[in-house]
Design a protein around this ligand. Structure first.
Ligand code: MV4
Length: 452
């Protein structure tokens, strides 16, 4: 095992990684921007290094500064967390050239799966279902029109380098295809320096289902079942749960096996997530993308499987074997995570940073809270607005929802606005309770609210 690692991240995930490292007897080095000098991850780590100014480009995204801190502190490895540099293959390559272990997959896997066109090519080759569409990149409007005519409208135009909803456009006819293609191309070029575009049939009323995988460097690879992340707004997940409440066991088995086949084909190791869209009527599913990192919502999988994903990431990066076989992994109960963001849901989710005078989290049976917040903590305006994850685990979904309802009543955060009231509504929403929702549910719900 490593002697010392650097955590190239902030917030709750930095704490999550410090806790896992400490339980493995690994020393931790925190890095922080001047906006985070009072942050819990700085206090909780064994050492800390200030790496720059609040803007992420000058601190958490600044590769030379992070590598310098790693070299000065003489660490064996770097954990990137999620966001920032977690899916940056160039960063993983720099780590490798500096003989610092990157706690994540190989550079080759990141490149292969990070490009959506090469990822989907690999998927087709291994019989992983992909939505009908172009098999390679789209060069111009004429080839786009041909593909669209074959598969039928609506279609979705996506950036090969995109992800998380950036650089995509839905087109319902040839006119919107023409403009959508141009927009997606220029957006992709601006955002990723890569204008490569592909086209797919737009799956309507879909659910977002993803499979957690975990592989080691010896060729062992397992899945940890699925998560349902259908409840999202503008590609930001708000509620995540495991298992998916509406999936039958045959579909589940096919879905999880597909995820394992794809990752095996990519010689994947570390934690990864294979995202699918599912059509709830036909029980069909289609690959969307692979996230080559730890995800925000990993705790729901940890709770139903009893597996500590972050500790295993470290063991795997250090060359240890997985130590668990597929048939030993038995999901137990139901887990639901609610993202508490410093945003005002009554005001179009405007970010609401500032000082938290009172931070009074719930507790009791079945509750896990992952947060870096405390009384007097100042939420900086520079980073994403998630300030806590409230997670419940109970024998059944109904019981997990009941636990969350009472936990949300206990949870006091003053005076900043948060998504707590929205979650209190959602946990009593009939469609959420029946799970008759799709990825557009929140947008529709908010539209209705505006009208009354
Ligand atoms: C799709 C899709 C429907 N059909 N692909 C969004 C993020 C990225 N992971 C892929 N995404 C989608 N891909 C096909 N073929 C629907 C989404 C999607 C979405 C689209 C429009 C508006 C909101 C959405 C929310 C989640 C996913």
């Amino acid at each position: 095992m490593f002697s010392r690692i650097l955590i190239a991240n902030r917030g709750e995930v930095a704490l999550r990684i410090i806790r896992a490292a400490r339980e493995l007897g690994v020393e931790t080095v925190a890095v922080y921007s001047t906006a985070d000098s009072e942050s819990a991850h700085v206090r909780l780590a064994d050492q800390s290094v200030c790496i720059g100014a609040p803007p992420a480009a000058e601190s958490y995204l600044n590769i030379p500064r992070i590598i310098s801190a790693a070299e000065v502190a003489n660490v064996d490895a770097i954990h990137p967390g999620y966001g920032f540099l977690a899916e940056n293959a160039h960063f993983a390559e720099v780590c490798r050239s500096c003989k610092i272990e990157f706690i994540g997959p190989s550079v080759e896997s990141m490149n292969l799966l990070g490009d959506k066109v090469s990822c989907k090519r690999l998927a087709r080759k291994h019989k992983v279902p992909v939505a009908p569409g172009s098999t390679g990149k789209i060069e111009d409007i004429d080839s786009a029109r041909k593909v669209a005519q074959q598969i039928g409208y609506p279609v979705i135009v996506k950036a090969a380098a995109g992800g998380g909803g950036r650089g995509m456009r839905v087109a319902h006819n040839e006119v919107s295809l023409r403009s959508g293609l141009a927009q997606a191309m220029s957006e992709a070029e601006a955002a990723f320096g890569n204008a490569t575009i592909y086209l797919e049939k737009f799956i309507e009323k879909a659910r977002h289902i993803e499979v957690q995988v975990l592989g080691d460097q010896h060729g062992n690879l397992v899945h940890l079942f699925e998560r349902d992340c259908t409840m999202q707004r503008r590609h930001q997940k708000l509620v995540e749960e495991a298992p998916c409440p509406i999936m039958n066991s045959d579909t589940r088995s096919e879905l999880c096996k597909s995820a394992v086949r794809l990752c095996r084909a990519a010689k994947y190791y570390s934690a990864g997530t294979v995202e699918f869209l599912m059509n709830p009527r036909k029980k069909e599913f289609f690959l969307m993308e692979v996230n080559t990192r730890l995800q925000v919502e990993h705790p729901v999988t940890e709770l139903i499987t009893g597996i500590d994903i972050v500790k295993l990431q470290m063991k795997i990066a250090a060359g240890e074997k997985l130590g668990v076989t597929q048939r030993q992994i038995k999901p137990k109960g139901h887990a639901i995570e609610l993202r508490i963001n410093a945003e005002d849901p009554a005001n179009n989710f405007t970010p609401n940073p500032g000082r938290i005078d009172l931070f009074d989290p719930p507790g009791g049976p079945g509750i896990r809270i992952d947060t870096h917040c405390h009384n007097g903590y100042r939420v900086p305006p520079n980073y994403d607005s998630m300030i806590a994850k409230l997670i419940a685990h109970a024998p059944t979904r109904d019981e997990a929802i009941a636990t969350l309802r009472r936990a949300l009543i206990e949870f006091r955060i003053d005076p900043i606005k948060t998504t707590i009231p929205l979650h209190a509504d959602l946990m009593r929403n009939a469609n959420f309770i029946k799970s008759t929702i799709d990825i557009h549910f929140i947008e529709r719900l908010l539209e209705q609210k505006k009208r009354v």
